[in-house]
Design a protein around this ligand. Structure first.
Ligand SMILES: Cc1cc2nc3c(=O)[nH]c(=O)nc-3n(C[C@H](O)[C@H](O)[C@H](O)COP(=O)(O)OP(=O)(O)OC[C@H]3O[C@@H](n4cnc5c(N)ncnc54)[C@H](O)[C@@H]3O)c2cc1C
Length: 449
């Protein structure tokens, strides 16, 4: 079942009540570039750069210099506990590295769980020699198989999950792997030593703290770390959606593991700048009000008298902001031709139908595609890897490259590579590819067509 069918089926009971499903892939134009490559007010490591690209700045104030206490040291620091961050942290810890994860909310899964975007898409696609092939294995399969086995997800092809069960499972996995987690802690900047990140600065209710690191994985979704470190990137515009879930519905919705729950959404059709905090806030506010009103209307329908707005997604549905300009950005063209990379670290598959060279590519036609290690590597910072929706891919493949399964593929590779770099005392770009591929294969990742 694709995204269109998923949204339709989650609205089945509310047919005629809820607005027609919006924001389908076919309606989506590839993101528009809003800002250039360099984040700059000049200094790598500055806490906030490039704001002028997104907001009108009237003047500047200066923060006084102050000492920041170092409260932890880890081999690998993972910024962000979404699908990519969890995959990275668990994978690095399983390789024997000490891992600290910094997460600004109090749960794992990011958009997947907190954004209520429940179906894990892009797991399969057209194989080179077979009509339909499973591209994504490794930790993504491990998580999805567990969720399916326990009844916390339905639909083996593109599992649609119970968000609370998923948060529970992810918490259990990082605990079992020995990952140390800092919840309610917002990474707020970096200190640099030459072209290496020396520490990640963290804001929490204790105050501003520093965590020393040997390697960093930027799994923040928004590319916060490579932005601070001064690596080149693009900031893209995309449409945004506020998701919500409705409880108390007739228990007929077998498209979700929680049958009496419906997923609702409200959002923009046009591409928006997800780095304009004023606009995003306004859209979040409008989305909440729209969802409330939808449910009020829904309650007037027979069978929906007990419906209630269970939750507006705590994570705002911003799809894409900063995307790394990596050593080799994945291109849509390569992905359509089964191009093999010598440094492949995993594969991905199909999300929705889309237009390519004037022709609509159906889900059955869209090839599975490889992801090269170089697409996780920033151009300048030596001890940084990037995973999830902000790794390096071109504009044309933006829709497919940020799906949950792809995020986990890049996360798993980034975590294992970070651990190898720690052990070899080398830069991310110098990690032994053969050793990386061997470790990925041992961890169940599929590398080849
Ligand atoms: C509305 C919408 C619908 C979608 N539908 C689907 C779908 O049906 N299927 C699918 O497969 N994909 C879908 N996607 C895409 C997919 O959900 C995301 O691209 C994917 O989940 C991103 O995972 P991630 O780990 O890269 O980033 P995120 O999920 O964004 O995780 C980033 C994490 O980092 C944390 N963080 C950010 N900044 C900081 C900081 N400074 N300090 C500490 N922590 C920080 C965040 O709190 C978050 O937990 C959808 C996306 C949206 C927005």
């Amino acid at each position: 079942m694709d995204r269109r069918e998923f949204i339709k089926s989650s609205l089945i009971g509310a047919a005629g009540v809820a607005a027609a499903p919006q924001l389908m892939a076919e309606d989506v134009y590839a993101g528009t570039l809003v800002s250039g490559t360099k984040s700059h007010d000049g200094k790598a490591g500055a806490v906030s750069t490039g704001v002028e690209k997104h907001l009108e700045v009237s003047s500047y104030v200066k923060e006084s210099a102050h000492r920041i206490p170092v409260v932890a040291t880890a081999d690998v620091v993972v910024v962000g506990g979404g699908a990519a961050g969890v995959a990275a942290a668990v994978s690095a810890a399983r390789q024997g590295s000490s891992v600290l994860m910094i997460e600004k909310t109090n749960y794992l899964g990011g958009l997947w769980t907190g954004g209520l975007v429940l179906p894990v898409l892009a797991t399969h696609g057209k194989g080179r020699n077979v009509p339909w092939d499973k591209a994504v294995k490794g930790i993504c399969s491990e998580i999805c198989d567990t969720l399916l086995e326990k009844g916390w997800a339905v639909n083996p092809l593109n599992p649609r999950v119970d968000p609370e069960a998923t948060k529970y499972l992810l918490d259990k996995m990082i605990a079992e792997a020995g990952v140390k987690i800092l919840y309610n802690a917002t990474a707020a900047g970096v200190t640099m030593s030459g072209s290496r990140i020396e520490s990640i600065l963290v804001d929490c209710n204790t105050g501003r703290l520093a965590v020393k690191c040997r390697m960093v994985v930027d799994a923040s979704g928004d590319g916060m770390v490579f932005h601070w470190a001064g690596d080149p990137y693009e900031a893209r515009r995309y449409h945004m959606t506020v998701m919500g879930r409705v409880g108390g519905c007739p228990a007929t919705n077998t498209a979700l593991p929680v049958h009496e729950m419906r997923i609702e959404s409200s959002g923009t059709r046009e591409a928006m700048d997800g780095l304009d905090v004023f606009k995003v806030s306004e859209m979040q506010q409008k989305g909440r009000i729209a969802l409330w009103n939808k449910v009020e209307k829904m309650k007037q329908q027979e069978g929906y008298e007990n419906a209630y707005l269970m939750e507006v997604a705590p994570t705002t549905g911003v799809r894409v902001t900063r995307v790394l300009d990596s050593l080799h950005n994945v291109t849509l063209e390569d992905s359509m031709e089964w191009v093999s990379y010598p440094d492949v670290i995993g594969m991905s598959g199909v999300c929705d139908p889309f237009m390519y060279k004037g022709r609509k590519i159906t889900r059955q036609e869209r090839p599975v595609w490889q992801i090269p290690y170089r697409s996780l590597i920033p151009r300048e910072t030596r001890n940084l890897l990037v995973a999830g929706r902000c790794f390096g891919y071109d504009l044309g493949i933006t829709w497919d490259a940020r799906e949950i399964s792809t995020c986990m593929v890049t996360g798993q590779a980034a975590g294992i590579a970070a651990s190898l770099a720690v052990n070899a005392r080398c830069a991310a770009k110098d990690v032994d590819i053969t050793a990386l591929q061997k470790a990925l294969t041992a961890a169940g990742v599929r590398l080849n067509f």
